[in-house]
Design a protein. Structure first.
Length: 81
């Protein structure tokens, strides 16, 4: 679930300018994905690149489902992540 979480966090930060997590959490999820890159299978992995994960950024697009997922996630309220 690291891939969709990373995409959701990036969307909230870069597109909505309203992050729901800390920079440290964002970096941790990026590291988890990088450390497990060859073993991760997710239909939205193609939206990620190792170079963007290493840089701690995401500028290569988002699947349509991410916008709604972020909005739904934010309605849950503060989760402390």
């Amino acid at each position: 679930m690291a891939v969709p979480l990373y995409l959701m966090m990036a969307y909230a930060y870069y597109i909505q300018d309203d992050p729901f997590t800390s920079d440290g959490c964002f970096d941790t999820v990026a590291k988890i994905i990088l450390d497990n890159w060859d073993n991760i299978e997710h239909r939205h992995k193609t939206f990620l690149s190792k170079s963007s994960l290493e840089a701690g950024t995401h500028l290569s697009g988002y699947p349509k489902i991410v916008e709604g997922a972020v909005d739904s996630f934010k309605k849950l309220g503060p989760l402390g992540i």
